[in-house]
Design a protein around this ligand. Structure first.
Ligand SMILES: Nc1ncnc2c1ncn2[C@@H]1O[C@H](COP(=O)(O)OP(=O)(O)OP(=O)(O)O)[C@@H](O)[C@H]1O
Ligand SMILES: [Mg+2]
Length: 245
């Protein structure tokens, strides 16, 4: 894995995204400039249609800005070759979706192992890493279960383990709690909080749930394709109660 020197994981400079639908133009992003630091838990809020998913897709290299520039790990996404962009997405960014997006016929172990098979790691090393991340998300007991044998919260934990398995320093989670009840949703956010505390990873998450404000380090709020507010989270203002030995 490449050495990580940057303190800033994501930086966008006056990014716009215009979609053309028939003869109309939809201005989904209208000049977004953000800077997301290493090893932070960052929330992205805003009403439906405000541009959150569009922004996440640009950060994840799944889409390109109409104008402006998006930098991830200091590299401008739109200037990368297809091969480099695929590499970045596969190894350095973890994705977590609202719908979990697990393979239904595969066990938790096999689902989490999938990204590692693309890297060409030995079977033994793969299994060791998979069990490590399943332990991190509290699913050791459920390792052999298939998605349909797991609750929604457990399925999302499998998806989080899958996102972590290649040790990316950036995880993008678009409404990861959208399909979950509020208690399970909060538990997923607490898990993210814990992962950011113990691993060198930045998590960017969108949510409609105001509980997020209590848990993240920093929040951006969007409206109508722009950032209208940004602030440090409550978690950031509190002194940590316990120090890890
Ligand atoms: N592929 C597309 N083609 C055309 N318009 C699009 C496309 N993707 C998004 N849009 C439009 O861009 C705007 C922002 O959409 P986006 O999905 O980013 O919102 P969002 O904040 O993620 O909303 P939600 O909270 O409902 O997920 C909306 O007006 C949407 O209709
Ligand atoms: Mg969305």
């Amino acid at each position: 894995m490449t050495e990580l020197n940057e303190k800033t994981i994501v930086r966008s400079v006056d990014v716009t995204r215009v979609f053309k639908v028939d003869h109309n133009e939809v201005h989904a992003l209208r000049g977004v400039s953000i800077e997301i630091a290493r090893n932070k838990f960052v929330g992205l809020m805003g009403r439906s249609g405000s541009g959150k998913t569009t922004l996440m897709n640009l950060i994840g290299g799944l889409d390109h800005p109409t104008s402006g520039a998006m930098f991830v790990y200091g590299q401008e996404i739109s200037k990368l070759s297809d091969r480099k962009l695929t590499n970045l997405r596969r190894h350095r960014i973890g994705f977590v979706f609202q719908s979990f997006a697990l393979m239904p016929t595969m066990s938790a172990i096999e689902n989490v192992e999938l990204p590692l098979r693309l890297v060409g790691m030995s079977r033994r090393a793969r299994r060791q890493r998979v069990m490590e991340v399943l332990d991190m998300v509290g699913l050791t007991r459920w390792a052999k279960h298939r998605p349909q044998e797991l609750s929604g919260g457990q399925q999302q934990r499998v998806a989080i383990a899958r996102a972590l398995v290649t040790r990316p320093n950036l995880i993008l989670a678009d409404e990861p709690t959208g399909e979950l009840d509020s208690v399970t949703g909060r538990a997923i956010m607490e898990l993210f909080r814990d992962i950011v505390r113990h691993e060198d990873v930045t998590i960017l998450m969108t949510s409609h749930d105001p509980v997020m404000l209590e848990i993240v380090d920093y929040t951006y709020e969007m409206a109508d394709g722009q950032i209208i507010n940004e602030r440090a989270g409550v978690a950031q203002e509190k002194e940590p109660q316990f120090q890890r030995p």
